[in-house]
Design a protein around this ligand. Structure first.
Ligand code: AMP
Length: 421
């Protein structure tokens, strides 16, 4: 399968060639022809599959049929994303692939000044990439008219719901025309996504692609049992003794991310934190530093890490286990380079044994445990409750009487299928 055979225009093919893409990814070869036919899509795909080009390329082609060369124009396509980072990345893709077309695009998200965005909107754009909250602010201030949207994309819809944006999304949907093409992408398929898909999509074509690796395949997983207070020392030890160069570390809270980045810094390890309280500039700088190797450890909260185009990392560390077991699978899915295994290491203290059990039940395997000499847990330390977490369990080991969590919904690349809504 080639990009030419998908029916894309010469301008788009030129931009694709410049990107060095030889052939479409599975989501692209499935989604592009369907979108070009004007159909709605329910796409089971996540970051890293090439989904952005999968919806951006046909969208650009459809819009360019009736593109205006000059003057103000109504917004004709809206791409909603859960995070600022994802909005920025998608907007870059729109610009890259649309380089030889005369369509205009803009990106709007919170955390930065509003006036530049207002000016861009007033000049008129064909394609708007936005996070829901800031888009509503603009809509409420009459900076943008969404009544002429022909194509709506909800990217990472499951994240959008997880992050509590459903009300904002529903408010935005009310501002759009009824007659439009809808493309919904989600890595998981929950009852909420089904409800949203049912209310939004008309006879959608279902497209699902597997993630590149799953917890059971390319990721080597390991748990280091350790005391709560020893975790940061153990992490510094692991990074130094094993010469880890690019490590994404997950903490449960923003405050915890800052504290850990500072502690690692004091241990002579170049680290930075990325989370929602950081300015957009600081987040971008941290990400750039991490990608170019000047920062070797990026400490992130789950929400901040969502949508970041940083996967295929050699090491992911769960400094703290996530409260939601599915997040573990999302976190460790960031590791694994093409053809070689990635390593996901979890530092687990006594407070987190219940969380570990839930994770093991979800992934249907026991994760090997390895105590690092010098960091043996002190058996006299008692479990403490985790804020907003689940109850701690006194012993390592799950026990047979414990109740199973809700059965796993189709996880990224699991064997479950993405069923028709
Ligand atoms: P996405 O899943 O949209 O976040 O894309 C993941 C990465 O794959 C991005 O860095 C894209 O530039 C890259 N990419 C997208 N399509 C292709 C393709 N057909 N061939 C090679 N790389 C691609």
């Amino acid at each position: 399968m080639s990009f030419e055979s998908l029916g894309l225009s010469a301008e788009l093919l030129r931009a694709i060639t410049e990107q060095g893409y030889d052939k479409p990814t599975p989501i692209q070869s499935q989604a592009i022809p369907v979108i070009l036919q004007g159909k709605d899509i329910l796409g089971g795909a996540q970051t890293g599959t090439g989904k952005t080009a999968g919806f951006t390329l046909p969208m650009l082609q459809l819009l360019s049929k009736y593109a205006k060369d000059k003057g103000p124009r109504p917004v004709r396509a809206l791409i909603l994303t859960p995070t600022r980072e994802l909005a920025a990345q998608v907007s870059e893709s729109v610009k890259t692939y649309g380089k030889y077309l005369s369509l205009k695009s803009a990106v709007i998200f919170g955390g930065v000044g509003i006036s530049q965005q207002t000016a861009a909107l007033r000049q008129g754009v064909d394609i708007l990439v936005a996070t829901p909250g800031r888009l509503l602010d603009h809509a409420n201030q009459n900076n943008v008219n969404l009544s002429r949207i022909e194509i709506l994309v909800l990217d990472e819809a499951d994240r959008m719901l997880d992050m509590g944006f459903i009300h904002d999304v529903r408010k935005i949907l009310k501002l759009l025309t009824q007659k439009r093409q809808n493309l919904l992408f989600s890595a998981t398929y929950s009852d909420e996504i089904k409800k949203l898909a049912d209310s939004l999509l008309h006879s959608p074509v279902i497209i699902e692609v597997a993630r590149r690796n799953t917890s059971a395949e390319l990721v080597e997983q390991l748990v280091h049992p350790v005391d709560r207070e020893q975790k940061s020392k153990l992490l510094s030890h692991l990074i130094r003794s094993q010469s880890w160069r690019q490590v994404l570390v997950f903490t449960r809270t923003k405050h915890g991310a800052n504290r850990l980045a500072e502690k690692l810094g004091k241990d002579g390890i170049k680290a930075d934190a990325i989370h929602g309280n950081k300015s957009q500039g600081a987040r971008t700088r941290a990400l750039v530093g991490f990608k170019d190797g000047s920062i070797s450890v990026l400490v992130a909260t789950d929400i901040a890490a969502r949508g970041l185009d940083i996967d295929q990392l050699p090491h992911v560390v769960n400094f703290e286990l996530p409260n939601v077991p599915e997040d573990y699978v999302h976190r460790i899915g960031r590791t694994g380079r093409a053809g070689s295994t990635g390593k996901a290491v979890s530092l687990v203290c006594i407070d987190e044994h219940k969380l570990l059990c839930d994770i093991e039940r979800l992934i249907r395997r026991e994760i090997p445990k390895e105590v690092v000499p010098g960091y043996e847990p002190d058996p006299s330390i008692k479990a403490e409750p985790i804020p907003n977490g689940r109850n701690a369990r006194p012993k390592m080991g799950c026990g047979s009487r414990s109740r199973s969590p809700k059965p796993a919904q189709p996880l990224r690349g699991s064997s479950h299928s993405f069923k028709k809504p």
